[in-house]
Write a protein that binds this ligand. Structure first.
Ligand code: URP
Ligand code: ZN
Ligand code: ZN
Ligand code: ZN
Length: 463
């Protein structure tokens, strides 16, 4: 299988240059001007367009059992939707129940993910602690290509990791050469604020952001950073949504601490007025944690991305339909938390970031794939257009535009938080593992074509 992308401008995180890109099977094999196309090659005309590394979404939840239900997108529909948007790799989460074996959960998720249409890899959540967890973290790193462990500091009475778990797990991650990641929200504060709001009779989605103010997120971000500092581990903070958390990251980095931050496409462009919308179904459709916040916080996140204190962009793609969200119609704490975006992330960030001058095209590549590949140790296999890298590429038309709508999306769930937004800058072709899987609106995703990507540990300090 040979594919030639001809006449485009290759954009990497470090530079952009005119070149043809030749792919053979699943790898890029040549980059240069006026390359000869081998007989039988599929030719993609990229004239006037950019050729960029396929997106890496560092944070998705396909087929996730969560809050009493299961997300609408499974690993096939979710990864297919990603391909339509130029994302060729997702990083999803294995989330063991408290007391469940990490390895058992890992194998369950591996089974579910076999139908993926795009490459995938897993962060594994540590939701509890005992010596078996210590042992299984080692097996996951050494035998299963896992190099990141997730800790939910929220979701009390469910998957919340207490300080004992955080400290033990961070310490173990350091021994193994893995990176701890956190969902930073103080779960006890969230729980108590939720109970107070319900007691006052504030039961709709408008209560959701009130129960999770920025300070609740910042407390947890500061705590995770402090724990990482004491233990000498790096730490990666998922879905940073507010200026206060970003300040915590910036302060730590200024002192030389290795702290990374992830921003979600939704948090960058959607504000908290959605929770006060007169249609309760619309408001519930936006319930995710941390919540969408005011313009002030959005501006801070863009500054963080541009200034280098936020590193990756993701979606936290976690889709629930209106019926599922209605489980919380009389009690906002029962609304399944999660929103979509895997299909829209690249275009939304290009439109709101590059078209406005906030990001250069190379900075766009850095925050949509390169940094992710480097932080999670799959660079230069992913995150760069280079000879020897995976042939995961997106051909990007900076002048093409489309209006996002649930009525035309590939993702399941019947709702889109970016509904009605017209974006300029869209993928015309997506090549995944050397195959042309998306061409001008036509999706040719194939269930099972995605591969599990092993991510080697960073140099461990002990065995
Ligand atoms: O609301 C969200 N974000 N749902 C998915 C689980 C998580 O917290 O990432
Ligand atoms: Zn195993
Ligand atoms: Zn989270
Ligand atoms: Zn998540």
């Amino acid at each position: 299988m040979t594919t030639m992308i001809r006449g485009g401008t290759v954009v990497n995180a470090d530079r952009a240059f005119r070149a043809d890109v030749l792919c053979s099977n699943d790898k890029v094999v040549a980059i240069g001007e006026n390359l000869d196309a081998p007989a039988g090659a599929t030719i993609i005309d990229a004239g006037g367009q950019y050729v960029m590394p396929g997106g890496i979404d560092t944070h998705t939840h396909m087929q996730l059992p969560f809050m009493g239900t299961v997300t609408m997108d499974d690993f096939y529909t979710g990864t297919a939707a990603g391909l339509a948007g130029g994302t060729t790799t997702i990083m999803d989460f294995v989330i063991p129940d408290p007391k469940q074996s990490l390895l058992e959960a890992f194998h369950t998720w591996r089974g579910w993910a076999k139908k993926s249409a795009a490459d995938y890899t897993f962060h594994v959540a540590v939701t509890w602690w005992d010596p078996s967890v210590h042992e299984e973290m080692g097996v996951l790193v050494r035998e299963h290509g896992v190099n990141s462990f997730k800790h939910f500091m929220a979701y009390k009475n469910a998957i919340m990791a207490d300080d004992e778990t955080l400290v033990n797990s961070f310490r173990r991650a350091l021994e193994l050469g893995a990176i701890p990641t956190v969902h930073a929200e103080n779960g006890e504060l969230v729980y108590q604020l939720q109970q107070e709001l319900l007691k006052k009779g504030i039961t709709g989605a408008e209560a959701h952001p009130l129960s999770r103010p920025p300070e609740v997120e910042a407390e947890a971000a500061n705590r995770a950073i402090a724990i990482a500092n004491v233990l000498g581990t790096p730490v990666y903070i998922v879905h940073v949504s507010c200026a206060e958390s970003l300040d915590a990251i910036a302060r730590a980095r200024a002192k030389g601490q290795r702290v990374y931050g992830e921003a979600l496409a939704g948090h960058l462009v959607i504000d908290d007025s959605v929770y006060r919308h007169p249609d309760p179904e619309f408001a519930r459709g936006h319930v995710m944690s941390p919540p969408f916040r005011s313009r002030h916080h959005q501006d801070a996140l863009w500054q963080g991305l541009r200034g280098g204190n936020l590193h990756t962009t993701a979606t936290d793609h976690c889709t629930f339909c209106a019926e599922q969200k209605a489980a919380g119609k009389d009690d906002f704490t029962r609304i399944p938390n999660g929103c979509g975006g895997v299909e829209e992330r690249m275009a939304v960030i290009w439109d709101a970031g590059v078209n406005t001058g906030l990001l250069t095209p190379s900075e766009f590549v850095r925050v949509t794939s390169t940094n992710a590949a480097q932080i999670f140790n799959v660079y230069p296999r992913k995150g760069v257009v280079a000879v020897g890298a995976d042939a995961d590429l997106v051909v990007w038309d900076p002048n093409g535009s489309r209006t996002i709508s649930a009525s035309t999306q590939f993702s399941k769930g019947g709702f889109n938080v970016f509904e009605g937004r017209t974006v300029r800058g869209i993928p015309t072709h997506t090549v995944a593992a050397g195959k042309l899987v998306f061409e001008r609106g036509e999706l040719r995703a194939e269930a099972g074509a995605g591969r599990y990507i092993e991510r080697p540990a960073f140099t461990p300090t002990t065995a």
